[in-house]
Design a protein around this ligand. Structure first.
Ligand code: CTP
Length: 694
């Protein structure tokens, strides 16, 4: 995503300047060209030599080159860059940028910048909270800059609080998200409420609920990723802010949440109210701890404000308001009533009766209801549900602008029906949440990406499985997994499936951190995990189409081949071309090699003319399979070193033994002879064909 992007990195005089080195390294690793511009005081914290060495370009700091007097053109830099990052940005630089005090090269470059600007402040907590800083950040935001909010933690002053520069990894993530194509909420402002509310009984007790906040946080992350300015009003939850571009306001009670939401909503284009707001609070909140008495006790409750209804009344033309409904009885009817009563534009219904849906799960199963109808979605990860909810929101916002509201349709991929398993038992003791999130993200990625423009009916989806075993995992998100990929297709007129492809990939190395979005961009292979998945998916789709029509899968098999060829620099031995290793590259290289074209042709003969016709004519079907095995032999003779012929016999062995269980001794003899030559290591299996005397 950042490959070839030109980035100006402005570094100012903060203790966090040392992180600029990591930032430069990460950007360069992503393939970006980085030009560092430093303020004079930044040089007190990190040397220009470090940054010029890492970026491979001289660092700029003065208006003139002191050696030859030539001018360092900030105007040219402003035109050259695809983005500017100011990280760390001190309070002083923020002030100068907000006020246009152009007394150094960094601020002049900023003021000449034609590209989007990202600002990552870093300072002490009191300075960060000071009204002057708050005002300057507000001004810079209003000018259209992207503020990457400071994180909370220990500061250089040894105080703890908000002010630490966001980690370089997250800054790069914000930048990558910006350059993603599906930024359909760019320029929109979205308010999200999330989590439970706590209603105080006394200083140590409260009335609350089990809401984890995960759903609302996932929606906030998705909105931010798609370019929206997000204000996340969060009840008491123990979740980190999921995206650096989110402004988070923590509240405790329903009244605090309501006050904040009412203040923020007028400047927003949309609000998604996912909080589980307590409907009642104790009428009296004791100022000191209530003592136990021998009697029972009664707490009088009074109603809390209904935030959704309050915003529904305040809603202006063009604003979109969405709510959630958690129902146990008459789910749809009650959800529709809430939609009307609270003046919502759509409501996301989840039923507690659905397994895997609800408060503490990582999955959810929802139905989105608006005034034009409803759309029920299957069980998905909360990130997947967030994607659906935000897609619906984006669509409605667009339609509100056009003052036209048609019904909606799902845009999910339909090619694969994949199951994804991730076995992490070998790395027990590690943080297990990351494994669940990775599994869900993979499931989502494989099953909902549109891999083709072909139309697949539900019953035509290709059955496949991706079984990962985590062999090693480190806290920086480095994984090494083995991966068993298997695909099968139904045999026409029968109840059984035939294996289309099966391969155990011994090692797939990649990086994954919670909330990372799995993305695959064909001409930019920067993520080995999605490159590997895309490779197998295209291979499977191509082989399936080969089995439907002779050489029918070329388009997709060529995509797999291109990935294998382009992935040479991803540092994963599974792609290594040329050597004697059997790997992803050799499989597709064999399969698409002209000399092995008979192998591709055999797919159609074996599956379509062979297996599919066996149910009406066993002899005819088997004859076609024998012909296909002869094609396999032809390919083997032409290229005995080709791995694919061996692999094919390995995953088809049981099926082949079964196919030839009933045939003449001559047929058995012929086929056993061929198969034993192609794969002698399976001779005991092939012998079973001869021994079967049916
Ligand atoms: N909601 C809100 N403020 C409240 C109660 C609910 O903003 N005081 C919002 C929720 O965030 C959700 C929607 O209203 O988006 C529906 O919440 P729900 O609790 O299902 O509805 P209630 O109106 O509380 O109805 P009931 O408790 O009877 O189901």
């Amino acid at each position: 995503m950042l490959k070839g992007k030109k980035i100006v990195l402005g570094v100012t005089g903060s203790i966090a300047a040392y992180k600029a080195a990591v930032l430069v390294r990460l950007l360069v690793k992503e393939g970006a060209e980085v030009q560092v511009v430093m303020t004079p005081s930044a040089k007190e914290f990190i040397t220009p030599l470090t940054l010029s060495t890492l970026s491979g370009r001289p660092v700029l700091s003065e208006f003139f080159n002191t050696g030859n007097g030539s001018w360092h053109s900030h105007v040219e830099l402003g035109l050259w860059a695809d983005a500017m990052i100011v990280a760390p940005a001190t309070a002083s630089t923020l002030g100068k940028m907000a006020a246009g005090v152009a007394d150094n090269l960094l601020v002049t470059t900023y003021m000449s910048m034609k590209a989007p600007v990202f600002i990552a402040p870093a300072m002490d907590l009191d300075m960060y909270a000071h009204p002057a800083t708050v005002h300057n950040i507000g001004t810079l935001k209003a000018y259209g800059n992207h503020i990457i909010e400071a994180a909370a933690g220990e500061l250089a002053s040894h105080l703890c609080g908000k002010g630490r520069m966001e980690e370089p990894e997250n800054i790069v993530k914000a930048l990558k998200d910006f350059f993603l194509t599906d930024r359909d909420l760019e320029g929109k402002r979205v308010l999200i409420t999330a989590g439970p509310t706590y209603e105080k009984i006394d200083p140590v007790r409260f009335i609350g609920n089990y809401s984890s906040g995960k759903m609302g946080f996932a929606i906030a992350a998705e909105c931010a990723r798609r370019g929206a300015a997000v204000t996340l009003v969060a009840g008491p939850v123990s979740l980190p802010t999921p995206h650096p571009a989110i402004e988070r306001i923590d509240v405790e009670s329903a009244r605090e949440m309501c006050e904040t939401a009412v203040a923020v909503f007028p400047s927003c284009d949309a609000a998604v109210l996912s909080a589980a707001v307590a409907d009642y609070r104790p009428a009296v909140q004791a100022s000191s701890k209530i003592k136990r008495t021998s009697d029972g006790m009664t707490i009088d409750l009074e109603a809390n404000p209904d935030i959704a209804a309050t915003l529904g009344r305040a809603k202006k033309e063009g604003q979109c308001l969405a709510g959630f409904a958690l129902e146990t009885d008459n789910a749809e009817e009650n959800a529709c009533k809430k939609l009307e009563k609270k003046n919502l534009d759509f409501i996301v219904l989840n039923s507690l009766e659905d397994e895997g849906a609800g408060f503490s799960c990582d999955t959810n199963k929802v139905t989105i209801i608006d005034r034009n109808g409803k759309n029920a979605y299957p069980l998905k990860s909360k990130a997947g549900v967030a994607k659906d909810v935000v897609s619906h929101l984006a669509k409605l916002l667009m339609l509100l602008v056009m003052l036209f509201v048609p019904s909606f349709a799902s845009a999910e991929g339909e090619e694969l029906n994949a199951t994804v398993n991730l076995n992490s038992s070998k790395v027990q003791g590690s943080n297990t949440e990351v494994f669940t999130m990775l599994r869900d993200a993979l499931d989502e990625f494989i099953n909902t990406r549109k891999w083709t423009t072909n139309f697949y009916e539900e019953n035509e989806r290709i059955m496949c499985s991706f079984n990962f075993v985590v062999n090693s995992y480190a806290n920086d998100g480095s994984f090494d997994c083995s991966l068993m990929v298997q695909a099968s297709r139904p045999v026409f007129g029968s109840s059984y499936n035939s294996v289309l492809f099966k391969y155990e990939d011994p090692s797939v190395k990649f990086k994954y951190q919670p909330y990372d979005r799995l993305e695959f961009i064909e001409d930019n292979l920067d993520n080995n995990l999605t490159a590997v998945i895309a490779f197998y998916v295209y291979m499977i789709i191509g082989m399936d189409l080969d089995s439907m029509g002779e050489l029918g899968g070329s388009e997709f098999l060529n995509k797999a081949l291109t990935i294998a060829n382009n992935a040479q620099n991803l540092g994963d031995s599974g792609w290594r071309a040329g050597g004697s290793d059997n790997n992803r590259h050799s499989i597709i290289d064999d399969y698409m090699n002209g000399a092995l074209e008979p192998v591709r042709k055999l797919m159609y003969k074996y599956h379509r003319l062979g297996l599919d016709t066996m149910f009406k004519s066993a002899d005819g079907g088997r004859k076609a399979i024998t012909e296909s095995i002869k094609l396999l032999k032809q390919a083997y003779d032409d290229r005995p070193m080709a791995y694919f012929t061996e692999l094919f016999t390995e995953y088809k062995v049981d099926e082949i033994v079964n196919v030839y269980s009933k045939c003449t001794p001559e047929e058995k003899k012929d086929v056993v002879k061929i198969l034993s030559e192609i794969n002698p290591s399976l001779s005991s299996e092939w012998d079973k064909i001869t021994r079967n005397n049916n």
